[in-house]
Ligand binder design. Structure first.
Ligand code: MN
Length: 183
């Protein structure tokens, strides 16, 4: 168990949830990102960027928007292990984050500034190379764990409304199918 992921591990009982237990990754390829649609007690989208061996993670209640004037609140949560980007399934009721998780988008990302050092209450502009999320985006720190996820202006616009997409980008399953499959 690594210190970076201790919060993540403390919140979960790995005898009861199929989520991965946390360990650091030494991936040397392009930085990965994932967005998971999570039907927890409050529906949200988990936005995760690979950074220094973990996934920096934000819960975005309304999910990302391609409309630059719609700044989306993003609550920073504990770092997640890199393997979490492969997690799709149902977290049992009563466990932390209980509810169904769907891999909503995935791909690679790049910071736009060469001298970006860390997500330490900093703001960052970056490029997403996913299937549903593309182009320039930014995360701006406001206070405490509150950030704003925003689309920066460019030529990309892959959807109007986030709920146009009902299926997993990885497995093409609906929420109901994921829940029924049990994993
Ligand atoms: Mn979540």
């Amino acid at each position: 168990m690594t210190k970076k992921l201790s919060k993540y591990n403390e919140k979960r009982n790995f005898n009861k949830t199929l989520e991965p237990s946390g360990r650091l990754s030494n991936n040397k390829d392009s930085l990965k990102f994932v967005v998971q649609h999570h039907l927890a007690s409050r529906e949200h989208y988990d936005f995760r960027l690979e950074w220094k061996g973990t996934l920096k993670s934000w819960a975005v209640p309304k999910g990302p928007s391609y409309n630059s004037s719609e700044r989306r609140l993003a609550i920073m949560v504990e770092d997640h292990p890199i393997e979490y980007r492969d997690f799709e399934g149902t977290i049992p009721k009563g466990q932390y984050g209980g509810g169904t998780v769907m891999i909503w988008d995935e791909g690679t990302w790049e910071p736009l500034s060469d001298n970006f050092r860390d997500f330490d209450n900093n703001s960052i502009k970056f490029i997403l190379k996913g299937k549903r999320l593309k182009g320039k985006w930014s995360l701006a720190w406001m206070k405490e764990n509150q950030w704003l996820l925003n689309k920066e202006k460019d030529e990309f616009k892959e959807f109007e409304k986030i709920n146009e997409f009902k299926r997993s980008i990885r497995t093409n399953r609906t929420m109901e199918e994921i829940e029924k499959d049990g994993k």
